[in-house]
Ligand binder design. Sequence first.
Ligand SMILES: [Zn+2]
Length: 89
Amino acid sequence: MRHVDEMMLDGNAAAGDMSQGFSVDITSVVSTCAHCGSTGPLGGAHLFIGAGSVLRCTVCDCVLLRFVTAPGRMFIELTGIRVLEIPTA
Ligand SMILES: [Zn+2]
């Protein structure tokens, strides 16, 4: 049995695989609502724009994600999404 430390890498080791998931058309990404479990493409979610942007579930109206942009960066909060299904090449 391998020791846990032998299986642990730092987050940099995930960069290659994760970059595939963050370089796609976000509207085609399918999300699973953490509240009601419904699934659908983010492009079909309801968008509300105020101090930031909020995408809401079309079934239960709960918040899926929030994002705000600032000079040179973006902040994304994803607690309303249980799973993101991201198409890869
Ligand atoms: Zn929902």
